[in-house]
Structures are given as structure tokens and as C-alpha cells.
Ligand binder design. Structure first.
Ligand code: SAM
Length: 341
């Protein structure tokens, strides 16, 4: 039943309605410390399995959402710098501090990342115990030293005040981030995102930015939900709307989903200088392609069945980005162009 979603969208298209009804109140998920802990452990443990056997010293996260808890978990496992890039400032200092204290308890207890508490979380973990082979007792003792914890607490407070990244600060929270220059080129060991890349409006530009940020021997790790995410009764329903209908469903929201299927992520990763080293997909029964609209009707069968993708990729080459500013009437747009070196 598309009509329900079209009507909802129409309501959300009324000018000014965003001031009455807050479309982007919360994301759900990272307000819970156990969720953040489990997400981070997944990315870290899977990277380890895929040959990245060290603790990343610097990490960048796209779309942290309600709290910075996923990146704070990375700091607790040994990272010294955490770049959190979002388009809406969902998190605040108070919540970040609360989540942080809960995370410290989980690490002190050497809790096993949970698969049962979050049954929909992907990927499923191969092992459900605390990764003592990665975080040895000796390492944990140093990482959870009170002085280090206080340094993280101070960084949480500082980033909440919107201060630029100081030399000794461990966190940069940039909202909204608009171009790749927000992070120094080739300075990040690991880039992660959980349930974010399906929302990003400029997907090619984001893949190119990730290429620019990642160090030569770095790794990126993404969980991408390719379902309709509340825009339809069916998991594949987002591909059944025409362009006009989709504009209506989106209303005045800053982002909804970009509707890009699995193969587009694979192509963009490749074109942006990455080699995919791990893919875990959720496969559904093939829907009837006659329900799909326009370009989506021509999608490959494979794309029509993949509802979720966990992907880890390493960098194969560096793209050089140029920012090209184009004036149109009173506005200007920044386009990122790239070349391979
Ligand atoms: C479904 S929420 C996921 C939040 C969190 N990662 C989690 O696991 O709960 C999607 C997040 O992606 C963010 N987002 C959307 N477009 C983005 C972009 N272009 N760059 C970075 N974050 C973006 C949203 O603001 C939101 O925080």
C-alpha cells in the first residue's frame, strides 16, 4: 500500500512542517551502550579475521547518530583519534558521557558482544566471546587506566562545545560535514559506518572522500541496510516508487534512503580505489520485477534479492580530489572531481 507512505510524505512536504514536527529527532540504536559496544566489536573482530590484525590508532565514523558510543568504544580499545561525521547533530555531551560510563563497565567486565539482544544486527558474529586475543588483560589494564579515561571524558566535553580538534583532543565531531577536507588526507587507519551508507545523498563523493582519508594500509568496514527502511510495507518497496512518488515520500526530510542497490556500492568501491576483502549478504526471495519502477525494473536479479550488506575493503590506490566551485544564480555548489595516482 503505497498510498499510506505518499500521504505521510505529502504531509511532511508542507512548508514549515519541519518546525512543528521534528523529522530527525533520533536515530535509535547508539543511545544504548550495549548496542555501540556490540557494533564496534563486530567491526573490529571482523577486520581482525580479514587480516587487519592491529588496533586502529585513528578511526573515522560516518553517521554516529544518537551518541558517539561506537567511536568511544574504539577509543576504549586503543584508538587515539576519533572523527565523527554526521549531517545532523543527534548526540549531546550528557548522553555521550552516560554511554561512555556504561561502555567502561562493559569493557571492565570483558562482556561478550551480544547477538541475542540485537537479533537484527548484521553481520552475525562467528564467535560470541570477548576477543581476549585482541584485547589482552595487559592491554586492557593500560587502556582503562583512570588517567586515560579522564582524557576521553575531557574530549567528549570539548567536542560537545563544537571546538575544533585540539592537538590533545581525541574527538572531532563535525556536523554537518560537507567535503573531504574535514579530515587530513591518508590520516585514518579505519573508517566505519553502521546503517549509514544507504542514507547518504552523495554516495560517489562519500566513497571518494573515504579513499582520501584512509591510510595506504587502512581498512574500511560498513554495514549497509538495503531495505526500504519504513518507506513501504515491503523490504524492496523503495524500488517500486517512481522518481516523483519518491520525492513525495521523502518530503522535506534532509535524507531518507538513496535507493542504491548492492552492485552500485561494489562499483563505487572499485572506482574509488578500494578492493573489497569481505562481503556478507542477506539474501531474500526474488520479488516480481513488474512491481519495480523505471530504472529499478532493469536491476540485476542479484540486486533485487540483497537486503543487507556487510563489507570490508582495503585501499588499492589513491584518488586526488579537486574541489570545483560552480556558481548558479545566488548559490554555489562544490563538486569533487578526482583522478587516480
Ligand atoms: C539509521 S542512522 C544510524 C545511526 C548509527 N550509526 C546506528 O547504528 O544507530 C543513520 C545515520 O546516518 C547519518 N547520515 C545520513 N547521511 C549522512 C552523510 N552524508 N554523512 C554522514 N552521516 C550521514 C544520519 O544523520 C544518521 O545519524
Amino acid at each position: 500500500m503505497k498510498i499510506k507512505y505518499l500521504l505521510k510524505g505529502l504531509l511532511k512536504s508542507v512548508p514549515g512542517v519541519e518546525y512543528v514536527y521534528n523529522f530527525h529527532k533520533e536515530t535509535g540504536g547508539t543511545d544504548n551502550a550495549s548496542y555501540c559496544y556490540t557494533v564496534w566489536m563486530r567491526h573490529l573482530m571482523m577486520a581482525w579475521e580479514n587480516g587487519y590484525q592491529r588496533i586502529p590508532a585513528s578511526i573515522a565514523e560516518l553517521g554516529p547518530g544518537d551518541s558517539l558510543g561506537i567511536g568511544l568504544s574504539a577509543l576504549l580499545t586503543g584508538a587515539e583519534k576519533y572523527y565523527a561525521l554526521d549531517v545532523i547533530r543527534y548526540s549531546n555531551t550528557e548522553r555521550n558521557l552516560l554511554v561512555f560510563e556504561e561502555l567502561v563497565k562493559l569493557f571492565k567486565a570483558k562482556a561478550a558482544p551480544s547477538d541475542t539482544e540485537f537479533p537484527n544486527m548484521r553481520p552475525k558474529l562467528p564467535q560470541l566471546h570477548f576477543p581476549a586475543h585482541i584485547l589482552t588483560d595487559e592491554k586492557l589494564e593500560k587502556l582503562l587506566d583512570e588517567k586515560r579515561l579522564d582524557r576521553i571524558r575531557s574530549s567528549i566535553r570539548a567536542c560537545g562545545q563544537g571546538q575544533p580538534l585540539q592537538e590533545d583532543s581525541m574527538i572531532l565531531y563535525e556536523v554537518p560535514w560537507t567535503d573531504a577536507s574535514v579530515i587530513r588526507q591518508e590520516s585514518v587507519d579505519m573508517i566505519i559506518s553502521q546503517a549509514v551508507l544507504q542514507h547518504v545523498n552523495d554516495l560517489p563523493g562519500t566513497y571518494r572522500s573515504m579513499n582520501a582519508w584512509l591510510k595506504k594500509d587502512g581498512i574500511m568496514s560498513h554495514n549497509i541496510d538495503l531495505k526500504s527502511m519504513g518507506s513501504s510495507d515491503h523490504w524492496y518497496g523503495h524500488w517500486t516508487y517512481s522518481e516523483l512518488e519518491w520525492k513525495i515520500v521523502k518530503g522535506r526530510k534532509k535524507y531518507l534512503i538513496n535507493r542504491e542497490p548492492y552492485s552500485v556500492h561494489m562499483r563505487l568501491a572499485d572506482e574509488s580505489g578500494f578492493k573489497v576483502v569481505k562481503e556478507i549478504k542477506d539474501i531474500q526471495a526474488l520479488p516480481d520485477r513488474n512491481q519495480f519502477s523505471g530504472q529499478y525494473r532493469k536491476m540485476k536479479e542479484e540486486d533485487m534479492t540483497i537486503s543487507s550488506l556487510f563489507m570490508q575493503a582495503v585501499k588499492t590506490r589513491l584518488l586526488i580530489l579537486f574541489n570545483c566551485i560552480v556558481f548558479a544564480g545566488e548559490h554555489y555548489n562544490v563538486y569533487s572531481l578526482s583522478t587516480i595516482v
